[in-house]
Design a protein. Structure first.
Length: 256
């Protein structure tokens, strides 16, 4: 019995030491003007590795630009989404730059910056389609969507029939071949696709008024740092940096 108590106590102490070490590493990195940035590294065009195996993308360049403004060196920590969030939760990273949408739940739990990009729901059709000009015209039409996506539900709410697909590329195949009338997705997804395939026979005919705002996600105790980052975001908006980065990756300004 005593041995069990000793072992349990030792494990608790060890766990506490490891957690303290993670916190200490994160705190020391900020004190030495280094920000450890969590990002996926496989999420083109926001965070990915190019043909030279260099980490790049819209979110990566935004993080670097902000780091330069606030005089912090940026150290990227790449991991899949779930592992990236786990590293952030355990204080192994200071911030996440990876298309984190601002939601009430995240605002409650974390310190989110002001948005550095926005997305809208987009209605995408074949370029010779003259019937669909807004979302309300979807009634009775076929929309190619991933069944579990918010956009499938949105299309159904407008009266569309759903043709199940696995991802945007498959949806586009159905639309361009005439097997579906339309697909709904983020406008930035469409802009990126068109940048990669400028001759694709597609067009965006409508976007929703509702927008999803994208921010960097810090820990709650870093409100003072978030304030500095927000000042940097405002400066980068005003000097046109975000617009230039948007046009570089999307041929459109997604920053506002």
């Amino acid at each position: 019995m005593k041995k069990s108590v000793i072992i349990t106590g030792s494990l608790l102490i060890l766990g506490g030491l490891l957690l303290s070490a993670c916190q200490k590493n994160a705190d020391e990195s900020k004190e030495s003007n280094v920000l450890k940035v969590g990002t996926e590294g496989t999420y083109s065009p926001f965070s990915y590795r190019n043909e030279k195996d260099e980490l790049t993308g819209y979110d990566v360049e935004v993080a670097k630009a902000i780091g330069k403004k606030i005089n912090y060196d940026i150290e990227f920590v790449e991991a899949p989404w779930d592992a990236m969030l786990a590293a952030f939760e355990s204080n192994k990273t200071d911030v996440v730059f990876n298309q984190v949408a601002i939601t009430p739940e995240r605002t409650e739990k974390y310190a989110l910056t002001d948005p550095y990009s926005v997305t809208h729901a987009a209605l995408i059709v074949k370029n010779d389609n003259e019937d669909l000009t807004d979302f309300s015209a979807l009634k009775g039409k076929t929309a190619a969507q991933s069944l579990t996506s918010n956009y499938a539900q949105m299309a159904q709410d407008f009266g569309a029939k759903i043709s199940s697909v696995d991802g945007f590329s498959k949806a586009v195949e159905l639309v361009t071949s005439g097997r579906a009338d339309a697909t709904l997705n983020d406008d930035v997804v469409f802009y990126d696709y068109l940048k990669q395939k400028p001759n694709a026979p597609l067009k965006l005919v409508a976007t929703s008024e509702d927008k999803t705002e994208i921010a960097a996600m810090f820990h709650k105790e870093d409100e003072a740092l978030v304030k500095k980052v927000n000042e940097a975001i405002k400066e980068l908006e005003n000097d046109g940096t975000f617009t230039k980065l948007s046009e570089k990756y999307f041929n459109q300004d997604i920053s506002k």
